[in-house]
Design a protein around this ligand. Structure first.
Ligand code: ZN
Length: 204
């Protein structure tokens, strides 16, 4: 990148490491930073360092938290007999928003992808198995694992892998329903979604 002085080129390169940021967006972010007052940039740097210093993985469910175990794992009111498995910590917010799920969580921090070279060992899955023992779950037996990975090829592969792993242990493994988005029209739904919606139909 000959057109920029070295510090600017370095900043652009750092921004390019961020997810979904290409070269043009990285340039835009770098020049935005260059135009901001120094105090504002210091606040940004402080916020970045603070999360790195204070936020850790929950040793039970792998959620990102400033207290270990996290607020869900340590809550006396959550239903410890259910564990909802998610790909990313921000997926937890989506489930919590419904206010209808009161169980615990397990965050994988990714999904299986042979193309990207992500195998089971790259996921934070190993610490799910010990949680099924009542001794490790405040004496409560886990009755159901709800696999809420994304409805993508990777998410489906991950769900199947987890089901194969856990079913022999006698625990009920369920998958969230997939189908028609609420408020949509049959006309605009793709065939895979339609197929799932038909398969996941229920009596009315
Ligand atoms: Zn936790």
């Amino acid at each position: 990148m000959l057109e920029y002085s070295e510090p600017v080129a370095k900043l652009i390169d750092e921004f390019k490491r961020l997810p979904s940021v290409g070269h043009k967006s990285a340039q835009r972010l770098a020049f935005y930073i260059l135009r901001r007052p120094k105090e504002e940039v210091e606040k940004l740097v402080e916020a970045l360092l603070e999360v790195k210093e204070k936020i850790v993985f929950c040793s039970v469910c792998n959620n990102m938290t400033d207290a270990d175990p996290c607020m869900y794992c340590s809550s006396p009111t959550r239903d410890r007999s259910m564990i909802c498995v998610l790909e990313e910590p921000y997926n937890l917010v989506a489930v919590e928003k419904t206010r209808s799920y009161k169980g615990l969580y397990h965050i994988l921090h990714g999904s299986l992808s042979p193309i990207r070279g992500v195998g089971p060992d790259e996921l934070m899955l190993a610490n799910l198995l010990p949680r099924l023992m009542p001794n490790n779950n405040e004496g409560v037996e886990v009755k159901e694992i709800i696999v809420a990975t994304n409805p993508t090829t990777e998410g489906e592969a991950t769900a199947n892998y987890i089901a194969r792993l856990l079913k022999p242990l006698g625990v009920r493994v369920t998958r969230i329903a997939m189908g028609m988005p609420v408020g949509s029209d049959l006309e605009f739904v793709d065939e895979v979604t339609m197929d799932k919606a038909m398969a996941n139909r229920h009596e009315i």
